[in-house]
Design a protein. Structure first.
Length: 111
């Protein structure tokens, strides 16, 4: 599969738009077509639109950067990366319909 994606990562209030075009595994692109993804980690997050296709050079178009979504009623716990305290909550946006739990490691002060 081929993929083209436009996403906007937000860290400490600063938004950084980026475009990504490459080959993708079927686990990332199980079907052709467009998808929107979003994750909200409290102090940081990202929103992405992606399009998967399966013919030569089919990912030549550049997708527009997704528009931030309004909040919904779902709230999830969020953790402070510097203290590992997980007592705050974050309000999810329209397309964020699940809470998740994960672990990571800090390398040179970055996730």
């Amino acid at each position: 599969m081929c993929i083209t994606a436009s996403f906007e990562a937000t860290v400490a209030g600063a938004a950084v738009p980026q475009t990504y075009k490459a080959c993708a595994s079927s686990s990332l692109c199980p079907v052709t077509g467009s998808q929107t993804y979003s994750v909200n980690l409290g102090g940081s997050g990202a929103i992405s639109s992606a399009q998967c296709c399966n013919s030569d050079n089919c990912n030549s178009a550049t997708l527009p950067t997704p528009i931030p979504q309004p909040t919904n009623t779902l709230q999830c716990y969020t953790c402070d990366a510097t203290t590992s305290q997980c007592t705050s909550t974050v309000h999810c946006t329209e397309i964020e319909d699940r809470c998740f739990q994960g672990t990571g490691a800090m390398c040179n002060g970055k996730m």
